[in-house]
Design a protein around this ligand. Sequence first.
Ligand SMILES: Cc1cc2nc3c(=O)[nH]c(=O)nc-3n(C[C@H](O)[C@H](O)[C@H](O)COP(=O)(O)OP(=O)(O)OC[C@H]3O[C@@H](n4cnc5c(N)ncnc54)[C@H](O)[C@@H]3O)c2cc1C
Length: 410
Amino acid sequence: MSEAKDSITIVGGGLGGLTAALALARRNFVVRVLEGAPEFGAIGYGIQFGPNVFHVFERLGIADAVLEHADAPPGVIMVDALDGHEATRVATGRPLFRERFKYPYIVIHRVDLHRVLLDACARSDLIDLIPDAMVTGFAEERDRIVVRTEDGRSFTGTALIGADGVRSRIRAQMFDDGELHAIGYVSHRTIVPMAELTADVNRDDVVLWAGPGFHIVHYPLRHGALFNIVAVFRIASYGERVDAERWRADLQHTYRDAHPTMKALLAMLDLQRRWTLGVREPVRVWHKGRAVLLGDAAHPTLQTLAQGACMAIEDGLCVAEFMHLAGGDFERAFRQFERARSLRTARVTLESNAIWDMYHADGVAREVYWQSFGERSEEDVYQCLAWLYDGFRFPGETSAAADPARGVGA
Ligand SMILES: Cc1cc2nc3c(=O)[nH]c(=O)nc-3n(C[C@H](O)[C@H](O)[C@H](O)COP(=O)(O)OP(=O)(O)OC[C@H]3O[C@@H](n4cnc5c(N)ncnc54)[C@H](O)[C@@H]3O)c2cc1C
């Protein structure tokens, strides 16, 4: 093995941070990942991945391990939450989908995916995973960067990657551009054993029930052992803490006219914990000196396209490749990284915002959207998703076309 290169500090051991760590170690960088939580791990719910993410997993040698834990649903379906009719479908299980996009559409338990990444990191001598290290800030000193933690420790490296999520402290120090703008919606996540699921509900597909001011997504996990539900509601009191039982009664009242399956799903929700959803305008610059952001810290997105984690994972490989090619000039690497990634990630953010409005529309707008969905053929749907699902062209990959939405080969 050739001599190890510079030592890189990554703040945040989520999906983006761990992918960057693996990709950097593969290029012989020494990496230290600082995670604020007492242990590395994920929140225990499901996640969906488009086929584009497999271009990264293949290159990192973890595609088979991911597939072992994943399920490939036959379809991703959008259903009208008021009358239950199917508005549109992406036939993800069809051979045509695999022929078109090369890899499957999957659903997987976040804990399982995190474990695959952590095991791969643990196999590398170049990666040091440090839990219980809540970072408070950093200082750049000529040719190095020093990161400080809440308990007074400091860690020195030649460059810093802030992969610390939507409430990134690294971003706050770099740009001081405030919090996410709340959009007035909250989200709840619930997971139940499939054996305990009594509702008469589709257990095979990813199903999205779209209604005025709310939606519910559900799908199976762990080869049918679990059932994952994400529910999103528009509410005036989104920032307040609420009593779960009072909130349940409010929901039952508000959605009294919803389809019976919707009501059965509502009854199953775990309402103890809720996530307030917010957005940021996309920006083109994610670095300052030797520090750069990736994933949610750089470009948070609503979950409508189910691509936030996919983008964080693509970022992780992409930034590592540019750092490898830059011969120690990290500022150049970070500028190239921004140029390569900013339009693709901004498109995810902006399209997610637009689809969010469609899902939750009411009245005439709702009917118009539904009508236009109904006019699309399977081929039209694949075509709409091609810019995303065809994957990103990573630095060094040979291709003449410079399509900013899909990346630019270096
Ligand atoms: C309801 C919901 C459903 C979603 N569904 C999907 C989906 O189906 N598909 C998809 O692709 N995306 C989905 N997303 C988006 C996805 O969860 C995020 O985009 C993704 O987790 C971002 O990864 P990340 O590594 O950038 O940040 P995170 O996953 O947030 O990781 C950040 C890490 O940094 C740590 N950290 C934070 N601050 C500090 C600090 N100061 N010091 C040290 N460590 C710190 C955190 O503990 C955490 O481990 C969904 C999001 C929501 C809210």
